[in-house]
Design a protein around this ligand. Sequence first.
Ligand code: F6P
Length: 346
Amino acid sequence: MINLNKIGLVTGGGDSPGINAAIRAVVRKAMSEGVKIVGFKNGWAGLLENDRRRLNRQDVSGILPVGGTMLGSSRTNPFSIEGGAEQAIENFEKNDLDAIIAVGGDDTLGVAHRLKDHDIKAVGIPQTIDNDLAETEYSIGFDSALTQVSKSLDKLHTTASSHHRVMILEVMGRDSGWIALLGGIAGGADVILVPEEHFKVADIKKRIKKREAAGKYFSLVVIAEGATPSELDQQITRDSGTDSFGHVKLGGIGHYLSDQLEAVLDMPIRVTTLAYLQRGGEPTAFDRLLATRCGVSAVEFCLEGKHDVMTALQGNIITPVSMEKVIANSPKELEDHLLRMKDLFY
Ligand code: F6P
């Protein structure tokens, strides 16, 4: 164990239920070891602006079941701002930090990894509803998003069957299909469309007609926002802008598919876009436990002098894995066995 005095804490990128549970665990574990925690506001922006607050037991009391992040989040990228990295290093030193714990997805952890080159010691905690971070079986927030998708499909099932309709549910996940794939399987979707496999409208029509021939006069279709029709060579976006990490703003594939299916099916079609309902609300028990375990382990890794690592869930153990490996192997590929499973149930 090494002697630490103060650790910084940042929560960045798209939020999800569970982050507050991780913040609580970091603070409680650190305090039990006599280590101070300085929370920076709104992701990496807080470190750039030196906008921070000490966190102690009272600050994290009662936040375990509360969604979102008490520190706030942003998609600020210090490396896309003139002098950003230098400002981050200056404030890291000004606050006399021994290390920093970053909670987020590949963008947030990618910044933490790059700061290593400027002698900033960081430990990452995987948090993104997309579940696209490599080397960890789950990221915080994914299970809560899955629960939202499967419960939404249960609701759409009753109304689709009552009106003999095709219900299209557009879900998040950016370029990854984990939410659509596992949410669709858990919710009993008849068609699951993921970015990793371009889809053909004719194939979807065939699946729906097969169900109709078997007396099922309704169908549930889950489509990931990043899914791409074979006839298009691009994803459907909300506008032409990009965020500070270069990501386009996906959205609208559900309505695109509805238009395409309306032209070839004689069934009514309706679209529901789940959007930010997958990001809000209270964390599931699984996410609370994962977040708590990662938060405690992140402090332990700092105390053991392990840096540039992420708290990864592997075989139900929280393991320090190299951030280099995480970033290099992300986005995490969909498992073949699960991909084949999605076409079994319709
Ligand atoms: O990365 C999480 C995520 O919810 C993606 O699934 C989605 O495409 C993106 O964030 C939305 O970004 P924003 O919250 O900036 O609109």
